[in-house]
Write a protein that binds this ligand. Structure first.
Ligand code: SAM
Ligand code: SF4
Length: 353
């Protein structure tokens, strides 16, 4: 038998256009239903990845990943009871509480992150909400870091209208406030503030014109339906969060969720793919838990549409893959850093329509 006849005997592969796309990559929707999300989730893995790639490549350069560095500007001693968090004063986690860092020290750390290739500097504080007297210092941090040409992001807990206004005036680019899980599962994780409190802060931030960063955590004992419920809550906000961090729970000793079961790696990749498809113009961030993932799982997450990560050695209190290991992986995958201020915007597109 010649090679020619053997090839002819093979069933023909479908041409790309014969694979029907379920989603329109051009469309940005805010009316997703649970059934639609479930149908995406239930797709055979390769079809789900194909859909996610179609959407991803419509709005982003396939090889670019936005790189942020995160600094804890105020660690521990938080009065909230988020069941996953080592910084809550309600749990005995052995973490020492510290005061708000000096502005100069924060700016010096941001300069190091910039030199190491980060384009966005994210700062987190273990607060229920900032006190008004803290606002001068956090606004000075934003101004100083913006002067260096970096994008800025803060996560300080709930914000009043006045505090949002001050942050907007200081030029803050992004505010992170995660919904964390579905509305239904939320009371199993946090009792000291409600899901609606979180939506209220997000609304204030959005209305002030600051980009919203909001996502959640998988692996807290929630059901499959809760995971999709969380994504649906984010996708059906009046505007999609410009940045959507998907965290894999980092179990912290001493917290109520410290002994949680590991998330199935393929389920996590599916979660990223569904987020990418339903929030096409949002940067989807592979956030906490990357340290626990193999190179192969991270590569699948990037293929599924994750295009933002934290770089640097430490997340707020958890480890992050060391910078060198990241560089080796990015080189293998041909990943490059997304330039600052290059994300697409839903507002621009609807203005043009
Ligand atoms: N105190 C502020 C707040 O809660 O909004 C800001 C800091 S808080 C640590 C930021 C986010 O980090 C949380 O909303 C949660 O999604 C994530 N996070 C905290 N601890 C985590 C853990 N152990 N594993 C995964 N994600 C975690
Ligand atoms: Fe406090 Fe934020 Fe931790 Fe909740 S997640 S306990 S609000 S630091």
């Amino acid at each position: 038998m010649t090679i020619q006849t053997r090839i002819e005997d093979q069933p023909k592969a479908p041409k790309p256009q014969q694979v029907a796309a379920r989603t329109n990559p051009d469309e940005v929707r805010h009316d997703w239903t649970k059934d639609e999300l479930q149908a995406l989730w239930d797709l055979p893995f390769n079809d789900l990845m194909f859909e996610a790639q179609l959407v991803h490549r419509r709005w982003f350069k396939a090889h670019e990943v936005q790189m942020s560095t995160l600094l804890s500007i105020k660690t521990g001693g938080c009065p909230e009871d988020c069941g996953y968090c080592a910084q809550s004063s309600k749990f005995d986690t052995g973490l020492k509480a510290s005061k708000l860092m000096e502005v100069e020290k924060v700016i010096a750390e941001a300069r190091k992150a910039k030199d190491a290739g980060a384009t966005r500097y994210c700062m987190g504080a273990a607060w229920r909400e900032p006190k008004d007297r803290d606002m001068d210092m956090v606004c000075a941090m934003v101004e100083g870091i913006k002067d260096m040409g970096m994008e800025t992001c803060m996560t300080l807990g709930m914000l009043s209208g006045q505090q949002v206004h001050r942050l907007a005036q200081s030029g803050l680019d992004y505010y992170n406030h995660n919904v964390d899980t579905s509305e239904e599962y939320y009371p199993n994780v946090i009792t000291t503030r409600t899901f609606q409190d979180r939506l209220d802060t997000l609304e204030r931030v959005r209305n002030a014109g600051i980009n919203v960063c909001s996502g959640g955590i998988v692996g807290m004992g929630e059901s499959q339906s809760d995971r999709l419920g969380m994504l649906m809550a984010l996708a059906n906000l009046p505007e999609h969060p410009q940045s959507v961090p998907i965290n894999m729970l980092m179990p912290m000793e001493g917290t109520p969720l410290g002994m949680s079961e590991k998330v199935d790696p393929i389920d996590f990749v599916r979660m990223i793919a569904v987020a990418r498809i339903i929030m096409p113009m949002s940067v989807v961030r592979l956030a906490a838990g990357r340290e626990l993932m193999s190179d192969e799982q991270q590569a699948l997450c990037f293929m599924a549409g994750a295009n933002s990560i934290f770089v640097g050695e430490k997340l707020l209190t958890a480890k992050n893959p060391e910078a060198d290991k990241d560089q080796v992986l990015f080189k293998k995958l041909g990943i490059q850093s997304m330039p600052a201020h290059s994300c697409p915007s839903e507002k621009d597109v609807s203005a043009r329509a």
